[in-house]
Design a protein around this ligand. Sequence first.
Ligand code: NAP
Ligand code: GLV
Length: 306
Amino acid sequence: MRISFCCANTAPEPWLVRLRAAMPQAEVSVWQPGAAAADMAVVWQPPQAFFDEQPQLKAIFNIGAGVDALLKLRLPPQAVVVRLEDAGMAVQMAEYVCQAVVRHFRDLNAYAADMQAGHWTFYPPRQRSDFAVGVMGLGVLGARVAQALAQFEFPVNGWSRTPKALTGLTPFVGAAQFNDFLACSRVLVNLLPLTPETVNLLNHDMLGRMPRGGYVINVARGAHVVDADLLALIQSGHLAGATLDVFRTEPLPAEHPFWHEPRITLTPHTSARTLLDDSMAQMVAKMAALARGEPVTGVVNVAKGY
Ligand code: NAP
Ligand code: GLV
């Protein structure tokens, strides 16, 4: 078996060392134009030229959970696209989102600023029952996040395309229940995949339907949010603020107004990192299964976009 590695912004060596150790019978190499035809590919944001030169690929392994960038390319139609499922990302996402919710709920940014300035101040405690957190997307990551939030006894709402059998949350399904979901969610956590249906979903109209004082946590993709709409709603006082980990352009451009809005907390797309060993173990097991002709999970539905 030949495996071609084509990952942007990723040092190849640690991946190659592990792939070769786990699959000694395979020929593993970093893709370069003109490289030999491979059976399987390990990719992250590859160029179109990679697929144009490798039309025979049987399987494409994406070293991330989201496949929005990959699905913009022309892929070999027979190749299965396999994404990472959890692989150590779900617990990271749970800890990131819980810290963002708790930081806002407990006024920890304000306390940090006060202490820095030498002020010993108290803010009135908030009512947890008034602080329902709505999780958009109840897949591998969203379900784990919802479960973690429920451990802190926040009321949790969950919104998905199809019904889910999850305990500890109030479920909302599809477009028909979207308004009700928004109206009763004081904090919104976005964990949707970026698809033609979800692009620009966090816009003025939709965010305006959140209760006054609402808070937004976007950990999915920057293009879910209409930046100017989010800013306008924060500056008008309808929303209390946001925690943003993902952006339309990354790195976030120096002139972007998000940098200067103190009610927005920013991080550089780090809420759930791809972990080398966990990801490799998952991919290698699936490569071996596919080579034996067995089915694997995590196969992307290209028509749906996730
Ligand atoms: P997933 O398992 O595919 O889950 C996606 C969820 O979204 C599913 O519950 C799905 O509903 C729901 N959904 C999709 N389209 C919808 C729509 N139009 N309306 C309502 N619900 C919809 O994905 P995941 O592994 O949890 O990952 C989610 C996203 O997180 C990724 O796509 C990626 O963009 C992002 N991510 C970000 C980071 C980071 O570091 N910031 C790291 C990893 C992933 P059904 O189950 O009913 O189909
Ligand atoms: C990261 O953003 C991922 O999709 O894994």
